[in-house]
Design a protein. Structure first.
Ligand code: MN
Length: 299
């Protein structure tokens, strides 16, 4: 696994989430060929599905990261141990900062609808990873319009337009809506590495097709990229400065050492106050998996 982004297209693997419904997600990061794009360290893409209970993830903990949820269709209710209860719909951002510890659940809103979207994780730098947890919902995010595309800026800054979301390293996250057959030239920051996920539909970049669910990666040093929608498309642009700390990702935790991860796991299994209590309609919690028999190392 490399840490340096090169120009390649990542194909997702199918991962079954620990849920009551067996929903599968398509995971492009981390990938055996690439761990992170900036601080973006986890890309899960789900749906479209018409299962009205597709998202049914009971209470589980997080540390050392932010979760960013972005939907293309449908809605999900987020409940967390801070007492937040928030329905998220398309074009809105749920941003949960786990810091030293939080727990949450994510449940489909129970009505007939199609659900599709992404859940992204952002690694917190060492200086901020032990902050107190926070949850924020952003319902009115800025839009950049071009001739052919609508670009919603949900994290960081794009073309001088700033998202109000709080993140802890230089990042960008945008949704690009592009009509079939149209092209757009996206502005990139050369100090960032980038990824473009085909969230709905597919697109073409330098005459190469990026199929639905694939993530096209671009190394540092680019000022722009031109993409053409092959079908009506929603493309998620992610970017950031290379994350220069070694991290240890295990289950829902990001730490730095094996001992830290063991401690985090023990805190969750013992029901410690660190992760609080989620009050939701399920009233269940997901147990941590067993620790592997080998020592975990930060990479
Ligand atoms: Mn979660």
């Amino acid at each position: 696994m490399t840490t340096e982004v090169s120009e390649l297209t990542l194909t997702p693997r199918r991962v079954k989430l620990t849920t009551r419904t067996g929903v599968e997600v398509r995971r492009t990061l981390p990938h055996k060929e690439l761990r992170m794009i900036g601080a973006w360290c986890f890309v899960d893409h789900f749906g479209p599905t018409s299962d009205p209970m597709a998202m049914s993830v009971a209470a589980h903990p997080h540390t050392g990261l932010q979760t960013a949820t972005w939907l293309f269709a449908g809605s999900i209710t987020h409940n967390d141990s801070l007492g937040s209860r928030q329905v998220i719909s398309p074009s809105e951002l749920n941003l949960m900062t786990a810091g030293k510890g939080i727990s949450h659940s994510e449940l489909s809103v129970d009505r007939e609808q199609t659900l599709s979207g992404v859940q992204l994780w952002i690694a917190l730098p060492d200086s901020d990873r032990n902050n107190s947890p926070e949850f924020a919902h952003y319902g009115n995010l800025p839009i950049v319009m071009s001739d052919s595309a609508t670009i919603r800026v949900f994290v960081g800054e794009y073309a001088g337009i700033q998202s109000p979301a709080t993140v802890y390293s230089p990042l960008v996250g945008c949704e690009v809506t592009l009509v079939a057959g149209h092209s757009v030239t996206l502005q990139l920051r050369p100090e960032f590495e980038h990824g473009l996920l085909a969230g709905i539909g597919s697109f073409d970049i330098n005459s190469e097709t990026v199929a639905f669910g694939q993530l096209r990666c671009l190394p540092q040093g680019r000022n722009e990229v031109t993409i053409t929608a092959l079908e009506d498309a929603r493309i998620v642009l992610l970017g950031g400065e290379p994350f220069d700390e070694k991290i240890l990702m295990w289950w829902n935790f990001i730490g730095r050492t094996h001992e830290e991860i063991v401690q985090m796991r023990n805190e969750w299994e013992s029901g410690s106050v660190l992760f609080g209590t989620v009050h939701d309609d399920l009233g269940e919690r997901i147990p941590a998996p067993e620790m592997p028999s080998v020592r975990l190392n930060a990479r």
